[in-house]
Structures are given as structure tokens and as C-alpha cells.
Write a protein that binds this ligand. Structure first.
Ligand SMILES: [Zn+2]
Length: 450
């Protein structure tokens, strides 16, 4: 039976050859098929990434899905956003993606879509409960295949018509974004430099994670030596975007949100945006100053997608590069689509990416600081830190605690996926940054020692 710890906050994940044996994956397929029939329907699509174990897992999972009575349409190897697209394009009632995302090659995982929402938290635990109880629906579902890449490339590329030919570098990290992005770049008014567009599940060039600066070195070199106006990078399954400006600087998720949000506000005054607690105050302040309605919300792509529907947000994003466009699009996180939107802004503005944030106040910030903390106590530690600061400063406690200091903020947040606390700080000066960090770390040390 699958380990209980494989059922995580946003997916079912493990080391494929050790933790996902065929009979267990068949059972998982039966559980997913049972769950989806009870919540949304029996017409499913199935996609997988380019990892070496993905084909085997797809076959075993399809067997289980069909045994529960679901009809399965196989999409083959596709980026995760094309799985989401298939739900709309093929009017499916649910979908499953087999992907290890940005994790090391030996890992793999399952993301489950019910209706148009990705299941998470307690919903994922229900799959485990179905397996433990042997509470399966039974039937004999059909099996077929469909090409979603062709309609996707046609539909997305048809949306973009800019007059100026721009030079762009793109790094797919040998993940599954490469071939689809190539199809888009061919149809757009650009001169592309394509890095690592061949799919290779051993990831021979670098780890496909655009949030790690060491994974962006080749792209930075290609942008600066090739004279590109921007560079874009994709994670292993194409749902997270990294971006490099023409001077070789990395743009983070909150900076991208601000660039995209500004453009949306020129067409949709008063638009609503969602960011997470790790995002810069500058982003929230700027979007508000421009007449927008920015909302600070919890980290986690399933949570953000649900919140977007609730408040009718046009755009949402995370520091990690998940960017969700409801404006002109379907509302899911699609890094290939986001890359096209970024190219469009650069092309239409007539200015390279480094010029897009001119005039925006510059704050100093730390990267994410990770502090080990056991799963059993991490939420209690954060609660103690919040209690301490609540009496001294304004705090935002929607997700961990963000302490609002006079010239900046500090965050302490428990990771949903690992036994760590994540800290981040931002301030107007180096002195304030050091002071806030010191103050929070001292309180944290006391909270951890009990
Ligand atoms: Zn991903």
C-alpha cells in the first residue's frame, strides 16, 4: 500500500521505483476514479511529464481509473498547463497529471483535477481513506488518445500580434515545456534563442527549477551575450516561470506580478490581484496606487486558484513563479502563456524588460531563509511568534505571521511540505533590514526553545 506520507498538501509524491509500485498505483487509480466520479464525473484526461518513470505510472494509473469506471483520454507527454487546458478543450470532468515537477529525477507525483479545481489538503487525504477502506467504484471505462498540443498552440499564439520583432532567450531545462514552447515561438514575432528544448528525463544540463539562481546561469549568459530583450525559463512541467532581464538580472514572482498587473490595469481599472505573504510590499502598494485591488493571500497553487474564483481576480501569483491569468485566459498557472504575455509587454512598450520596473521604489530584501523545525511543532512555534508581535506591531496572520514594521516587514511561516520554517524580510534600508531580522530571529529562538 502507498505510504501515508506520500499523500501531501498539493499532490501525491514519492520516489517512483521504490514507493510507487504498479499494484499500488493501480489502487491509487481506482481511488482517484472513485473520488472523481463522486465529485465531478467519469470523463478524464491523463497527462505525464518526461521523467523516466512517468510512462509506467501512467499505464498503471489508467488501468485503475478504468477499473473504477472512468473513461480515460491519454494526452501523452505534455506540460501540466496543457493538462488543465485539456479539461476546457475536451470538456473533461477531471484530469490527472503525472509529474515530479522540479524535484530530483528519481521522484514522481500525481496532481488530481476535479472539475476545473486541483484537489488539495483534506481532499487528497480522502484518496488515502478510499484505498484504506477498499471503498472503490467498479466499472469498465474506455481508453483513447487525443492531441491537445496542436489546438493549444493555435489558440494561444492567435492571441498575440505585436508589431516589433523581439529577441528572446528561453530555457526549458530539458523538461516538457520545450516542444510546445517551440511551437509558440515559431508563430510569434520573435527571434528565439532556445536552450535545452529537447526533453530528457535525466535533466543532464541543470535541474529544471527557475527559482534557483544556479539553474539560470546558462540563460543569463545567453541573454547577455545574445543581446536578447528578455529571457524566460520553465520548470520541469511548465507551470512555473523564471525571467531574466536584458542586463542579466533575475525577476522574481512579485516583480512579474507587478509588471503584468500594471498592464492589466490600463485595460481593466480596479482589477483585483492576489499575491502571497512572501511578496514585496512594493507590489501591493504600487498596484493599489494605480487603482487596483491587490489581496494578500495564502501560499499554495490550489488555494490561490480557489480564492481567484471567489474574488474574481484577474491575476494571481507566487514568488515561486506560478502565475495565474484569468484576464484573457482560463485562470490556471501556465508558464508558457505567461512567457508570451511578458514578451508582448516588452514588444508593445518598445523597451526591454529591465525598463519595465523603472520608477518603482526599490526595497532591500532577503531571499527565503529556511530554518529546520519539526513538523509536530512548527505551527505552534509560528503561533508563539505571532502572539509576541501582535502586541507590538500590526501583523498579518493569514499564512504564518507577517510583522509590519515601520519601514518594512518580516515573515515567519511554516512550510506546508517540509519540516522547515521560512523567513523573509524586506526594508527600506540595510540598517532596518538587519534590525528587523535580528528582532524576529531572537523571538523565534525563544519560541523554539519552548
Ligand atoms: Zn511545476
Amino acid at each position: 500500500m502507498l505510504k501515508a506520507t506520500s499523500f501531501r498538501e498539493y499532490d501525491i509524491r514519492g520516489i517512483a521505483d521504490r514507493e510507487f509500485l504498479d499494484p499500488d498505483v493501480v489502487d491509487l487509480g481506482r481511488a482517484v476514479g472513485t473520488y472523481l466520479q463522486r465529485h465531478s464525473g467519469r470523463n478524464l484526461t491523463l497527462g505525464r511529464d518526461t521523467r523516466l518513470s512517468s510512462a509506467r505510472l501512467a499505464q498503471a494509473l489508467a488501468e485503475g481509473l478504468r477499473a473504477s469506471g472512468c473513461d480515460v483520454t491519454d494526452l501523452g507527454v505534455v506540460p501540466t498547463p496543457l493538462l488543465y487546458y485539456s479539461v476546457f478543450h475536451l470538456q473533461a470532468t477531471g484530469a490527472v497529471m503525472i509529474t515530479g515537477s522540479h524535484n530530483p529525477p528519481e521522484y514522481n507525483g500525481f496532481k488530481v483535477v476535479s472539475g476545473t479545481s486541483t484537489i488539495h489538503g483534506a481532499q487528497i487525504q480522502q484518496l488515502r481513506e478510499i484505498i484504506e477502506a477498499g471503498d472503490y467504484a467498479t466499472g469498465a471505462g474506455a481508453f483513447g488518445a487525443a492531441d491537445v498540443v496542436t489546438p493549444y498552440v493555435e489558440e494561444v499564439s492567435a492571441q498575440f500580434r505585436w508589431d516589433r520583432r523581439i529577441k528572446v532567450a528561453a530555457d526549458a531545462g530539458n523538461g516538457c515545456a520545450g516542444p510546445v514552447m517551440h511551437g509558440l515561438l515559431e508563430r510569434l514575432n520573435c527571434e528565439p534563442i532556445e536552450l535545452f528544448f529537447d526533453m530528457d528525463g535525466t535533466f543532464p544540463n541543470h535541474h529544471p527549477d527557475p527559482t534557483l539562481p544556479e539553474c539560470l546561469k546558462a540563460l543569463i549568459a545567453a541573454v547577455t551575450s545574445g543581446g536578447a530583450e528578455l529571457g524566460v525559463a520553465f520548470d520541469g512541467d511548465g507551470d512555473r516561470l523564471g525571467a531574466i532581464d536584458d542586463k542579466g538580472n533575475i525577476l522574481w514572482g512579485d516583480q512579474l506580478l507587478l509588471i503584468f498587473g500594471r498592464e492589466i490595469l490600463t485595460r481593466k481599472p480596479g482589477a483585483t490581484f492576489i499575491g502571497e505573504v512572501k511578496c514585496s510590499q512594493v507590489m501591493y502598494d504600487e498596484l493599489k496606487r494605480l487603482g487596483g485591488n491587490p489581496i494578500m493571500y495564502r501560499t499554495g497553487h490550489s488555494l490561490i486558484k480557489a480564492k481567484m474564483k471567489e474574488v474574481h481576480a484577474e491575476l494571481a501569483g507566487e514568488m515561486s513563479g506560478h502565475l495565474f491569468f484569468a484576464d484573457r485566459y482560463y485562470g490556471y498557472d501556465d508558464a508558457l502563456y505567461a512567457a508570451c504575455r511578458l514578451m508582448e509587454i516588452v514588444a508593445n512598450s518598445g523597451r526591454p524588460l529591465s525598463a519595465q520596473l523603472e520608477g518603482v521604489p526599490v526595497m532591500l530584501s532577503t531571499p527565503e531563509i529556511r530554518v529546520d523545525c519539526p513538523d509536530e511543532v512548527k505551527f505552534e512555534v509560528v503561533r508563539r511568534v505571532a502572539e509576541h508581535f501582535r502586541h507590538r506591531y500590526d501583523v498579518v496572520d493569514i499564512d504564518g505571521v507577517r510583522v509590519l514594521f515601520p519601514q518594512g516587514w518580516g515573515l515567519v511561516r511554516a512550510s506546508n511540505t517540509q519540516p522547515v520554517l521560512v523567513l523573509r524580510f524586506e526594508a527600506a534600508s540595510a540598517e532596518a533590514l538587519a534590525q528587523y531580522r535580528q528582532e524576529v530571529e531572537a523571538v523565534l529562538a525563544r519560541a523554539q526553545s519552548g
